[in-house]
Ligand binder design. Structure first.
Ligand code: 3PG
Length: 411
């Protein structure tokens, strides 16, 4: 047991049916339906291999995509093929989550076999919109369709989805009310590394926050600055645009419209509060980049521009310098649309600095992992979590951690 949670050493899984919740949520190529990145799939292999080698009948539960952004929302079928390749062993797939076909496939599993169920978010009670609206307790989650139909077929629940540990959804938090539980090896490793970062980061500790999923970033920035984990926060992506807007810097009609459409306009008032409380520690871009006819254009922040796609080169150099002088650098989210060549410079410059700095470097979040693969990833630790990592860094007990602690007490 570590951190009050059973590890795989504490449960005897031979011949038992184990429900294993992983996070293999990856960007999908919409044209081919294939995974654009496989880092998270690879990361959960040690747990799945150990369970299978120990003779468990392994039922894998996972989500793919977000029902909020309605992005990458897709079947988990391609993940089964990738998992099979990494494991060197077939991972069966069933295009059902908890209906009769899925239940039958679970009953037919033999010792050592693995079965991946379809995207759990195809079930409404698993959706983040549902979570945010209804806020079910873990006891209530144990009564949802997924949990009440699958739990009776299983002996144990293993939580390995660290990247989704901030979500309060039945597949992540409900089973632990009914089944003896443990965390998987990936969860254990992430917990260990990130706790170390929180308890005693070498200083100065710099956070780089960017990306498109910015609700989470705003949620934690205040805490990370107030409780003193971060000495400096360098901002890019939509995070920076909302902060610039809040500061009264003109970001242009197109960027404002994008932020409004993405549903982030109400973060502007939060951003104002943050700037009032911690303005001195939050770095904003002094220049930005946009594209015209697929060509990069740069402008000083506040000057007329098209839709902002990246931080400008002056800002990128400045941020790189700060990272070079840091002792700890934590990066969550790219600072620009790095997938497109004209807006890749900012993220590439930051990643180059991460590769060179002597600081202890931690990178988290799906898009950041993709950037690591693109620009080389000589960083000390790549965490599979984005939002989860950010929440964990606030010191809050995450819903999945709480649920696993409960399930670790069941026999
Ligand atoms: C992530 O990508 O951060 C995790 O898979 C959780 O996804 P979510 O933010 O859609 O819950």
């Amino acid at each position: 047991m570590r951190f009050g949670i059973n590890t795989l050493d504490d449960i005897q899984v031979s011949g038992k049916t184990v429900l294993c919740r992983v996070d293999i949520n990856q960007p999908i190529n919409p044209k081919t339906g294939s995974l654009k990145d496989t880092t998270r799939v690879r990361a959960c292999v040690p747990t799945l291999r150990e369970l299978s080698d120990k003779g468990a009948k392994v039922v894998i539960l996972a989500h793919q995509g977000s029902d909020i952004e309605y992005n990458n929302f897709y079947t988990t079928r391609p993940h089964a093929a990738v998992l099979s390749e990494f494991l060197g062993k077939e991972v069966h797939f069933i295009d059902d989550v908890c209906g009769p076909a899925a239940r039958q496939a679970i009953r037919e599993l033999q010792e050592g076999e693995l079965l991946l169920l379809d995207n759990v978010r195809f079930v409404s009670e698993e959706q983040t919109l549902f979570e945010l609206k209804l806020k079910l307790t873990h006891e209530e989650q144990a009564k949802t369709l997924l949990v009440r139909t699958l739990a009776p077929l299983a002996d144990y629940y293993v939580g390995d989805a660290f990247a989704a540990a901030h979500r309060d959804q039945p597949s992540l938090c409900g089973f632990q009310r009914l089944l003896p539980s443990a965390m998987g090896r990936l969860f254990e490793e992430e917990f260990c590394v990130i706790s170390g970062l929180m308890e005693n980061p070498a200083r100065p500790c710099v956070f780089v926050l960017g990306g498109a999923k910015i609700g989470d970033a705003f949620l934690m920035m205040n805490t990370a600055l107030t409780n003193g984990i971060a000495d400096r926060v360098l901002t890019g992506g939509l995070v920076a645009q909302v902060l610039l807007w809040a500061k009264g810097v003109d970001i242009g009609d197109q960027s404002r419209e994008y932020i409004r459409k993405a549903g982030y306009a109400d973060l502007v008032s939060k951003a104002k509060e943050l700037l009032t409380a911690h303005g001195g520690k939050i770095a904003l871009p002094t220049d930005i980049a946009y594209t015209t006819n697929n060509t990069r254009k740069e402008a000083a922040a506040g000057s007329p521009c098209g839709e902002i796609q990246d931080i400008g080169s002056e800002t990128a150099e400045e941020y790189a310098k700060i990272i070079m002088n840091a002792k700890t650098a934590f990066v969550n989210g790219p600072v620009g649309v790095f997938e497109r060549e004209p807006s890749a410079l900012g993220t590439e410059t930051i990643w180059n600095a991460l590769n060179k700095t002597q600081a202890y470097t931690v990178v988290g979040g799906g898009d950041s992992i993709t950037a690591c693969n693109k620009f080389g990833a000589d960083v000390d630790y790549i965490c599979t979590g984005g939002g989860a990592l950010i929440r964990f860094l606030t010191g809050e007990e995450l819903p999945v951690v709480r649920a696993l602690r409960h399930g670790s007490g069941l026999r």
